[in-house]
Design a protein around this ligand. Sequence first.
Ligand SMILES: C[S@@+](CC[C@H](N)C(=O)[O-])C[C@H]1O[C@@H](n2cnc3c(N)ncnc32)[C@H](O)[C@@H]1O
Length: 276
Amino acid sequence: MAKPFLKWAGGKTALLPELLKAAPERIETYYEPFVGGGALFFALQSEGRFKQAVLSDSNRELINAYIQVRDNVEGLIRALQVHQRKYRAAEDRAEYYYTIRAKKLTCSLGGAANLIFLNKTCYNGLYRVNSKGNFNVPHGRYKNPTICDEENLRAVSEALQGVELTVADFAEAPQEAGDGDFVYFDPPYIPLTDTAYFTSYTAKDFDMEAQARLAMTAERLAQQGSLVALSNSGHPDVASMYSSQAFELREVQARRAINSVAKRRGPVSEYLIQSV
Ligand SMILES: C[S@@+](CC[C@H](N)C(=O)[O-])C[C@H]1O[C@@H](n2cnc3c(N)ncnc32)[C@H](O)[C@@H]1O
């Protein structure tokens, strides 16, 4: 059974039972416009609940990694095995990590191998870039990270056959969604405090204007007949943004694995929003 091949900030594994309940049993086309690690996609796929899927994200290096897993998995496995061998044999693993980090992440087989390698060996599996778009997460402290999980990569490749993968803004990819379709939006969350949340997934931040545009997009898709679900933080602005009759809000408990401040790793309540 395929599971996420990347560790991604905001990964939804802990909320999966709630999300699976929110999703319809039978879906024509499943859209996940902020795919990240794609936890819900893999869960729905293993239950055979959709006919088609469209996965997208604004992060082109991330989508490239999905494309390489789908179309070139054996080549990718070989490239990751080289990383795994060299990293494990390195006298100074941090030095090997920083050598790979210094390379520009390209949209190619090598770029995907570098991204997966960095994801498995960096601090907490974060993805963060500076204003120049360069990956800038420090080296992590894992004893023996699995860099190349061959079996899962092959299962993921199988699961991605026939899936549409695109680099797109969240509003663009699901434009055509309608009757029988399901769209799940998992955007960067509205921060509960200035420092509590990590929101810089890409060089361009997801600001309140983007949050408002997302609420409008969700409402339009619901009017088109698609079922829509969204996750966001427990911030009061979320409640007011989705106060229209088109939506139902529920508070759910999620455990956030990625937070540099240990005492903030406790449960935080967040919203699960669904079209009615
Ligand atoms: C919270 S993560 C998704 C987590 C994912 N559902 C999981 O289970 O791992 C948010 C994603 O939104 C993407 N993103 C940020 N702004 C975006 C935009 N305007 N359009 C599409 N994707 C965007 C980021 O690249 C990031 O991958």
